[in-house]
Design a protein around this ligand. Structure first.
Ligand SMILES: NC(=O)c1ccc[n+]([C@@H]2O[C@H](COP(=O)([O-])OP(=O)(O)OC[C@H]3O[C@@H](n4cnc5c(N)ncnc54)[C@H](OP(=O)(O)O)[C@@H]3O)[C@@H](O)[C@H]2O)c1
Length: 335
């Protein structure tokens, strides 16, 4: 075991894009487990848009990370010391932890990863910890996707979006993805099987949505909010659904964010807009994991991990989410 632990601590609230001075990488002692606890060494750190929310003190669904605290993160690691009869050295665990190479785990926040059925650990962690269930429950439970419907998803070449489009296809829907580059658009159509893709940075969005969704939009799976939400609202069908999964276009906003101009469409088209946080579905995770694992085994679902290296690169890698430099699930290989 290395003698030193490296921990990213929050030093100040970010303003706009996360600056280099928002977190600092500290050298600390490796913790010891108390009764009922275990210590694990982080193998993979999931980098998620919500990390930016947790760093801020905006209204949010969990308490913000306190200044001086270790940064919160979704983590996967290997048990190196245990004072809990249920965990032995070598167990692979995942859950809600911190940006620390070594950290204490308890069953309240971290659990053993089940049999992986041949799926590599990083893929299983990336897909099953949060992303896959988010796509699954957002589209099936909240979106109530039905065969023959048209599903539009934003950030479609990202982690959640890439899975949403593929589940839409599995459910017999037309899947249209919005992404920020031609390469991403090509990838989601050619490799992931989307019916169509729109580069929202270069195309006229209203025209492109008309062309790719000739029967209108039944479900808009919103990962970004802002102008893209507005453009989709305008073309929603009667009784359409908008699972509101994320608002990444405004996480770095420094001023007030204007509301959607096309808000009246919710009334005129009798739309259902429902925000959701995946933590609320914790008790139903097995349902999503079973379905996702089966689709992977059947070759119907592809999952791409965009892997980067090194604890020291956590912040610079995280920033890629807000500049669109990631494709698939952004993750850091730590050890
Ligand atoms: N509700 C929940 O429980 C839950 C759980 C997980 C994730 N989420 C949310 O789901 C969304 C996607 O998360 P993810 O983990 O899958 O991330 P991701 O899609 O892998 O990465 C973020 C992507 O967002 C796009 N983006 C960044 N800034 C944008 C902007 N200003 N306008 C439009 N697109 C922008 C970029 O792609 P382009 O190149 O296409 O711009 C980027 O690659 C986020 O909003 C996140 O907060 C919610």
């Amino acid at each position: 075991m290395a003698e030193v632990n490296r921990v990213w601590r929050l030093r100040k609230r970010p303003v706009g894009m996360i600056g280099d001075d928002v977190l600092s990488l500290e050298q600390e002692q490796i913790p010891e487990p108390s009764d009922g606890q275990f210590v694990f060494r982080m193998n993979y750190l999931s980098l998620d848009p919500t990390n930016r929310i947790w760093m801020s003190d905006m209204d949010q669904y969990m308490p913000p990370v306190a200044i001086g605290d270790a940064m919160r993160g979704i983590v996967c690691g290997t048990v190196v010391k245990s004072s809990n009869a249920g965990f032995v050295v070598g167990d692979i665990v995942s859950g809600l932890g911190t940006w620390a190479e070594y950290q204490v785990g308890t069953t309240a926040t971290v659990g053993k990863m089940g049999p992986l059925g041949g799926v590599p650990v990083a893929d299983a962690f990336g897909l099953f910890a949060a992303i896959g269930p988010t796509a699954y429950f957002g589209l099936i439970d909240i979106g109530a996707a039905k065969a023959g419907e048209t599903v539009v998803v934003s950030a479609a070449a990202g982690a959640v979006g890439s899975v949403v489009g593929q589940i839409a296809k599995i459910k017999g829907c037309r899947a249209v993805g919005l992404a920020g580059s031609d390469a991403k658009c090509k990838w989601i159509v050619d490799e992931l099987g989307f019916d169509a893709a729109i580069n929202y940075k270069t195309e006229n969005l209203a025209e492109a949505l008309k062309r790719t969704c000739p029967l209108g939009i039944d479900i808009y799976f919103d990962n970004v909010g802002g102008d893209i939400l507005d453009a989709c609202l305008k073309q929603m069908n009667l009784k359409g659904r908008i699972p509101l999964c994320g608002l990444i276009s405004q996480y770095n906003a420094t001023g007030e964010v204007p509301g959607p101009k096309n808000y009246p469409m919710i009334l005129m088209q009798r739309l259902k807009v429902e925000g959701f946080i995946i933590l609320d579905y914790a008790s139903r995770y097995p349902e999503a994991i079973d379905a996702l694992a089966q689709w992977m085994q059947q070759g119907k679902l592809k999952f791409h991990v965009d892997m980067h290296e090194g604890m020291e690169n956590a912040v610079s890698t995280l920033r890629k989410l807000y500049t669109g430099e990631n494709q698939g699930k952004l993750m850091l290989h730590v050890a």
